[in-house]
Write a protein that binds this ligand. Structure first.
Ligand SMILES: Nc1nc2c(ncn2[C@@H]2O[C@H](COP(=O)(O)OP(=O)(O)OP(=O)(O)O)[C@@H](O)[C@H]2O)c(=O)[nH]1
Ligand SMILES: [Mg+2]
Length: 205
């Protein structure tokens, strides 16, 4: 399920737990009707969106963690598939967007840590950075939180970034995909593309 991929040489990926709003963000960015849903586990294999005239692709990866009706071992398989996909294409991935649900992210991270487990979001964030892939954490669903700064600072701390969050604007982007408020993310992606000397791709963001 992970091997039907043409040879694009430049890619931006969207990854993260299930139900955080990856596909909604991509819909907002592209205007394309990515499948989204109220229950976790909607996107089950990489969904590529490209432009016929461009050697560039946006990839919506399946979510991992809890998914409705998906047994634990299959969830692990999906996560392994995502990790392998990222490793295999690390050379082409210009920017990774790690999407989190701002309202529940910190609580879920803490719950895993209390159990002595490595939380998915923290693991993926460090994994991407170890591969040298510039990573933007899209702190999504900001419309559902009222303590914005406290939430974003707590999220930064869990990721090993010192508060205040405002000093990490290339790394942490508060957004609300549902409300179409994604400017912080497109700006952050733009900064990384510029650093890659890929200003030609800024038009997509
Ligand atoms: N309140 C709020 N809801 C959002 C926002 N973005 C997405 N959602 C909702 O979150 C749910 C999940 O969105 P999806 O885009 O399908 O999430 P996903 O990360 O692609 O999920 P999987 O494909 O299952 O991994 C949907 O009900 C969306 O409408 C947001 O900014 N605010
Ligand atoms: Mg999805």
């Amino acid at each position: 399920m992970f091997d039907e991929r043409p040879d694009w040489s430049a890619e931006v990926i969207f990854c993260g737990r299930s139900n955080v709003g990856k596909s909604t963000l991509l819909r907002e960015l592209t205007g394309h009707d990515f499948a989204t849903g109220k229950r976790p586990g909607v996107t089950r294999s990489p969904d590529h969106y490209d432009w016929t005239s461009e050697d560039f692709v946006l990839t919506d990866l399946p979510g991992f963690g809890f998914m409705s009706g998906v047994p634990e071992e299959h969830r692990e398989e999906i996560k392994t598939g995502v990790v392998q996909y990222i490793e295999a294409h690390a050379g082409e991935i210009l920017v990774a967007v790690l999407v989190v649900d701002t309202k529940s992210a910190v609580e879920i991270i803490d719950r895993h840590e209390e159990r002595g487990e490595l939380p998915h979001d923290v693991e993926l964030f460090h994994f991407l950075r170890e591969l040298g892939i510039p990573t933007v954490v899209a702190a999504n669903k900001m419309d559902t939180v009222d303590d914005r700064d406290a939430r974003l600072n707590a999220l930064c701390e869990r990721l090993g970034l010192h508060a205040p969050w405002q000093q990490w604007q290339d790394t942490v982007a508060p957004v609300s995909a549902k409300r179409g408020s994604i400017r912080a993310l497109t700006d952050a992606i733009g900064t990384h593309l510029h650093d890659h000397k890929r200003d030609d791709l800024l038009k997509f963001f």
